[in-house]
Design a protein around this ligand. Structure first.
Ligand code: ATP
Length: 960
């Protein structure tokens, strides 16, 4: 076993033995509960989960060290279709899929055989998941673990749904849902192989007339454009049908007829034919009664809506492109017997006025974007851009009948209602993008009647959910508006399906609560599951009144104990434990769960709990990519948590992930970064051990003061960054910047034996412990500490140790080295001697005055020069002063604000002394003799007369 593995295993066992991550109510401590969305167990934990969960763990560890009583529980999601889908593919002998399980997930043959049982599969991945979550060092209280098919959990879901229904949040209704025709069930986001987040969209169908009794319903999101129609597009190569739809004769694509059947329409197909049969015919606009031709449009997708598209070339880029194609290549019309002259005469009809656009915005945008033809992918972009522009800023022109002069935005709804009333319009739903169920069947939209929905459309519920968001911390703050937008946008959500694992809807026979709907308030279940498990509470004992007592304090404990058979003391412990831990203090997830799970969690807390139990904070982060690409098992760029930990070790995996990104940026996993971090962490261990072995001397000199002061700044930054979930910044400072400080100290001292250094190391590794817990435990124990670093005290800032003068002195040396090395690099001199000339006192007077005025935002050169002239000390130097002022301003402008503030606080630096004290170090650094003088030292060696160039913080340098 490698040394890293041995160290990991040693500390893991010690943590487990000492049960340091098991958290119980303790009124002497402030509680803190952090959570992570339970991962779905149809596959192994991967580095994406690891990234998000490590952020939670680093925060949990940090807060624990700060003295909080931290609870970090974990569970496993088994509900829904994905497990059945995956197991079904094994059962069917899907070779490609099985190969991935074998080669990527590493499932042994004996287990693989049993994956035809979805429960076996789930249990296998759960066991593996638990092992690796422990190995990576997550500081979890495992006593609270559960899976979502456990009968006790199911009782909790029943309680939740009975309550929701009584409160009116679950309703029966008729709504469109994404539907798997094979499973005959709604397909929620997590039940999908492809198309997470896609929702049904409603198209308006304008019922153009082919003849007196036949309709040609064309689908659109822009019914107001009916006044600008010039022709119809039909894909000549696609199949269309003539069908009786609810008693009317319609012509739509073959696919559309199938879809309409699922949307509460009686559809009887009479005839199937190719689109080309329609080309060349004419149709009538039901509003204006004008007649127009039907033309061939190859861009028309028969799988989208009705496959019938009306053409508005003035305002729709595709329409203009298709028309232009026909006008420029009239030969393509020959086979349809369409008269090329008629097509040539078609002119776009302008119906919308938009500020800043010409009469024919579609024509303009096509030209401006250089779009070739109807097959150019840029046409899509142009369509979206123009639609947005016209919707938000468009006004209908005089040729738009009763809607003239109205804005597009206001006219749209009125016009839809009117057209529906007049029988000119209908509608249908479709998916804007493909959705595939986990059973691999393409999904459609179904209008489900009389089914169970969570009524996220309820305005009171929405406003309560917004109150939750208002009261929450959100990291990063920029995600707050996203939550609000999702709350506004969510509509009724089908909360039950007929297949998959899960809890039967208590009142709806044959329906199971779907996978996202059973995962909204389960964080509260962690608080009591410890008791359920330890005291072996039977599921049947978990009655509604038991949960009402635990979560709402309702009813008489003794009575409930009698009826349920749960001892009163257990009931009270559960109630107390819930009250102690709830609400949770932080939930962290990648951003793909904002539009569903995280917002559902907000809605359900608002519905079921009083405001004191509403979530306190949510953290949202990016989705991990693998070597710059999205993670896909089947495409081979997939890395399991186990794979990463086996190869790089737990700490390097954790740190490489956290260094990837923060905020909502997507981190990228790269093997070479992980290897690099692995060797850096080994370097940290070695570095610390050398210090531990040699430290003996005390020292209270400038450099010690500098180091301690620097460390206080680092403690402040790591702490505040972690508090805001900026895990990358925190780790960068904790790992690299402090290490640089320590190395600088050692270089300056040319030895590493001071007690201060050892103290610094002990602060350093505590700051690093939330990120690299194993490495830090090991170093901590080597320093002679006997307790665990994981529960040692988080370093506190000691403001008495802040020493700005020491910091500025070192900054001066660092800058001096940088400037000298730049000169050496530019001149390519191998130096014998480096002469440094520091600025004289009156220059400092000017420097500080200018800096002060500039920092206060009151720098008026004329005024300052007058003040300088009136100053007796400066008077003799006034000739030089005016040329000096711009140089000085330029010099301090380059400094970071923090350093400017420091300089104003501490005043004149004794630069001569600073350099004199560092002479040995500097000459070693430059490999040359180093001499230092003040610029007005009459004995100075200054063959080239450089001294006069000296400025404060920027000494003159002469090299020979
Ligand atoms: P997958 O969809 O990859 O099979 P899953 O369904 O188990 O994963 P969820 O249950 O949605 O995933 O996720 C559990 C947690 O892991 C969520 O917070 C989710 O945001 C996070 N997560 C999943 N994939 C990634 C990723 N690629 N990067 C970051 N976090 C991720």
């Amino acid at each position: 076993m490698s040394q890293t593995k041995q160290i990991e295993e040693k500390w893991r066992l010690k943590w487990e033995e000492a049960r340091i991550f098991e958290a119980n109510p303790d009124n002497a401590k402030t509680k803190l509960m952090v959570t992570f969305p339970y991962p779905y167990m149809n596959g192994p934990l991967h580095v994406g989960h690891t990234f998000t969960a490590t952020r939670v763990d680093a925060y949990a560890r940090f807060k624990r060290m700060q003295g909080f009583n931290v609870l970090w529980p974990w569970a496993w999601h088994w509900t829904g279709q994905p497990l059945l889908g995956a197991s079904g593919r094994v059962a069917k002998g899907d070779e490609a899929f099985i190969r991935v399980l074998r080669d990527v997930d590493g499932v042994p043959e004996k287990d693989l055989k049993r994956f035809i049982d979805p429960l076996y599969m789930a249990q296998y991945y759960t066991n593996e998941g638990r092992k690796i979550a422990k190995r990576i060092g997550f500081s979890i209280d495992w006593r609270r673990e559960f899976t979502t098919v456990m009968p006790t959990y199911q009782r909790f879901i029943e309680w939740q749904y009975e309550n929701l229904r009584e409160k009116g949040y679950v309703t029966r209704g008729t709504h469109p849902v994404v539907w798997c025709p094979k499973d005959k069930s709604p397909t929620g986001d997590h039940d999908r192989q492809v198309g997470e987040g896609v929702t049904p969209e409603e198209y308006i169908l304008i019922k153009y007339k082919l003849d007196d009794e036949t309709f040609l319903p064309a689908a659109t999101f822009r019914p107001e454009t009916i006044y600008g129609v010039t022709n119809m597009w039909i894909n000549p190569d696609a199949e269309y049908v003539e069908a009786i739809v609810n008693g009317e004769k319609w012509i739509v694509s073959k696919e559309a007829a199938e879809k309409l059947k699922e949307q509460e329409r009686e559809v009887e197909v009479k005839k199937i034919f190719k689109g080309r049969e329609l080309v060349g015919k004419t149709f009538t606009n039901p509003v204006t009664k004008e007649k127009f031709p039907i033309l061939p449009g190859w861009f028309v997708d028969s799988k989208t809506a009705t496959g019938v598209v009306y053409s508005v070339p003035a305002h729709a880029p595709y329409d203009w492109l298709a028309l232009k194609d026909l006008q420029e290549k009239p030969e393509s019309l020959c086979e349809f017997g369409v008269d090329a002259e008629t097509v040539k005469e078609i002119k776009p009809i302008s119906i919308i006025e938009v500020e800043g656009c010409g009469q024919f915005p579609a024509v303009d945008i096509v030209r401006e974007m250089g779009i070739r033809d109807q097959y150019d992918p840029k046409a899509d972009e142009a369509t979206k851009a123009l639609y947005k522009k016209e919707f938000h800023g468009g006004i209908l022109k005089d040729n738009c009948g009763p809607y003239a002069k109205k804005t597009v935005r206001e006219a749209k709804d009125i016009l839809i209602t009117d057209f529906r009333q007049q029988g000119y319009a209908d509608s249908m739903y479709d998916l804007p993008e493909a959705v595939v169920c986990r059973c691999m069947t393409p999904c459609i939209v179904k209008v489900l009647s009389d089914q169970w929905f969570l009524n996220y459309n309820d305005s009171e519920w929405k406003s309560k959910a917004k109150q939750v968001v208002t009261g929450m911390q959100i990291y990063p703050e920029t995600a707050r508006q996203w939550f609000i937008t999702v709350i506004d946008w969510l509509k009724e959500w089908a909360c039950a399906r007929t297949t998959g694992f899960g809890t039967p809807l208590p009142w709806g026979k044959g329906w199971i609560v779907e996978t996202l709907s059973d995962s909204t308030i389960y964080m509260s279940f962690y608080t009591i599951n410890k008791h359920i498990r330890e005291r072996e509470v039977k599921p049947e004992a978990l009655t509604r009144s038991v949960f009402d007592y635990i979560f709402y304090g309702r009813g008489d404990c003794a009575e409930i104990s009698n009826t349920s058979g749960i001892p009163a003391e257990t009931l009270r412990s559960m109630r107390n434990e819930f009250l102690y831990w709830y609400p949770f203090d932080l939930r962290v997830s990648a951003k793909e769960l904002v539009p569903n799970h995280l917002t559902f969690c907000i809605f359900h807390h608002a519905a079921l709990f009083p405001s004191k139990h509403w979530p306190r904070a949510m953290g949202v982060n990016g989705m991990l990519m693998i070597e710059g690409k999205q993670m896909h098992k089947s495409k081979g760029n997939f890395i399991t948590m186990k794979g990463a930990v086996d190869r790089y070790g737990a700490d390097a995996t954790r740190c490489a992930l956290l260094l990837g990104a923060e905020g909502m940026d997507d981190p990228d996993w790269r093997g070479e970064n992980a290897s690099d971090v692995q060797s850096k962490l080994q370097g940290v261990s070695k570095f610390c051990q050398e210090i531990i072995v040699t430290s003996k001397n005390t020292g209270e000199e400038h450099l010690e003061r500098w180091l301690l002061s620097k460390l206080q700044q680092r403690i402040t930054l790591v702490t505040s960054s972690l508090d805001e979930m900026k895990t990358r910044t925190a780790l960068q400072v904790a790992l690299f910047e402090i290490w640089n400080d320590l190395r600088w100290y050692i270089q300056r001292k040319s030895k590493a034996d001071s007690q201060t250094l050892l103290e610094a190391v002990k602060i350093w590794i505590r700051l690093l412990a939330p990120f690299a817990p194993y490495t830090c435990e090991e170093i901590w124990s080597k320093t002679g500490e006997t307790g665990f670093i994981s529960i040692s005290e988080w370093p506190k800032v000691n403001t008495k140790l802040l020493d700005l003068t020491s910091e500025e002195k070192e900054n001066f040396i660092i800058d001096l080295i940088g400037d000298t090395l730049n000169i050496l690099k530019a001149t390519k001199i191998a130096p014998k001697r480096v002469c440094i000339y520091t600025a004289t006192v009156w220059k400092w007077q000017i420097y500080l005055k200018l800096l002060e005025r500039s920092s206060a935002g009151e720098l008026k050169i004329g005024e300052v020069l007058r003040d300088f002239a009136a100053d007796a000390t400066l008077k003799p130097h006034m000739k030089e002063v005016s040329s000096l002022v711009p140089r000085v301003i330029k010099a301090f402008t380059k400094l970071p604000t923090e350093r400017k503030t420091n300089l104003l606080k501490i005043g004149v630096l004794d630069e001569l002394k600073i350099v004199e004290d560092a002479l040995g170090f500097l000459s070693g650094r430059f490999n040359a003799e180093v001499k230092v003088f003040t610029e007005d030292d009459i004995t100075r060696y200054d063959p080239k007369g450089r001294a006069g160039m000296a400025l404060p913080e920027q000494p003159a340098i002469f090299i020979e």
